[in-house]
Design a protein around this ligand. Structure first.
Ligand code: NAP
Length: 283
């Protein structure tokens, strides 16, 4: 039997409606939840992402303001703007769109955002909070993946999960979240000796690499849950993931498509983090 599809668009829609309800409740108390987005430069992909983030926010009743800065903005100027947003009680979430121009130190920029407003979950304090199980903000992409597992009622306790990719924004936090749910977790990466030997045993595989066909049908245990984070282009220029969807869907129990899988969930979880930041500030 082919795998069941975990529909990221449908789940994201449901989450946006929950966020809209939470936003309305906060507005009724006189608080307007507000996300501040800072975009430096003219990167075309970043412009599209930022446009979506503003539209998603407005659709759920969140206020979103976008500061567009020229590519030659100094790092000192950017840091000053972030500090001003930190000090503004009317701003609940701050997002600096990455990548930044080369003359800026992204790490220093992210560390300047107040952890209480770090809705991307990239601050080292957010990473630390996830690591030790304290409240903080979880990075939107792995958080969205976890929600997808929850949406199918999947109990991770005692299950074996393999996360392919060890980036700070996807792979590592994903592994921490799965560990927090009592899965046994392996993180694989480009130097992993025998990826197939690991994934063939896995109940859950999360592929977050950025290369097509990293996971093929012969690498998947029958019935496994396969979450595809990757965003690549195939030979026809169409968006595709890291997973050979057509092959793997005949082996896996559940699978996420690309497009329409993790992507919409990433966008939805930014809204969740923003309303959560506003609720925390209001208490
Ligand atoms: P990244 O920082 O480039 O990390 C990629 C990881 O994959 C690295 O840890 C790398 O290992 C590992 N890797 C590379 N080749 C491998 C191989 N052949 N076998 C096993 N592991 C391999 O990328 P990222 O930011 O985590 O993003 C990963 C993918 O997810 C990209 O396609 C990105 O566009 C996509 N993405 C999608 C969303 C979404 O919303 N859908 C959000 C974020 C990212 P090393 O550490 O050893 O180099």
């Amino acid at each position: 039997m082919p795998a069941q599809i975990i529909d990221g668009n449908a789940l994201a829609k449901q989450i946006r409606s929950e966020v809209a309800g939470r936003t309305a409740a906060l507005k009724a108390k006189g608080v307007q939840p507000h996300l501040a987005i800072v975009l430096v430069g003219e990167d075309p992909a970043s412009q599209v992402y930022v446009k979506h983030k503003v539209a998603d926010s407005e659709q759920t009743g969140l206020q979103a303001t976008l500061q567009r800065l020229p590519a030659d903005t100094t790092e000192a100027d950017l840091l000053a703007r972030i500090r001003a947003l930190n000090d503004n009680p009317g701003v609940h979430g701050i997002l600096v769109q990455l990548p930044l121009p080369k003359h800026m130190d992204s790490h220093r920029v992210i560390e300047t955002i107040s952890p209480a407003k770090d809705v991307d979950g990239f601050h080292v304090a957010s990473a630390g909070a996830l690591m030790v199980g304290q409240p903080g903000f979880w990075p939107c992409t792995p958080y969205g993946c976890l929600k997808m597992l929850d949406s199918i009622g999947y109990d991770l306790k005692g299950k074996y999960a393999v996360v392919i990719g060890r980036s700070n924004i996807v792979g590592k936090p994903m592994a921490m979240m799965l560990l927090g749910r009592d899965a046994t977790v392996t993180i694989a990466h480009s130097r992993t000796a025998d990826l197939k030997a690991l994934t063939r045993q896995a109940d859950v595989v999360v592929a977050a690499v950025g290369k097509r066909n990293v996971l093929t049908a012969d690498m998947v245990k029958p019935g496994a849950v396969v979450i595809d984070v990757g965003m690549n282009r195939n030979d026809e220029g169409k968006l595709c993931g890291d997973v050979d969807f057509d092959g793997v869907k005949d082996v896996a129990g559940w699978i996420t498509p690309v497009p329409g899988g993790v992507g919409p969930m990433t966008r939805a979880m930014l809204l969740v983090n923003t309303i959560t930041a506003a609720e925390r500030a209001a208490h």
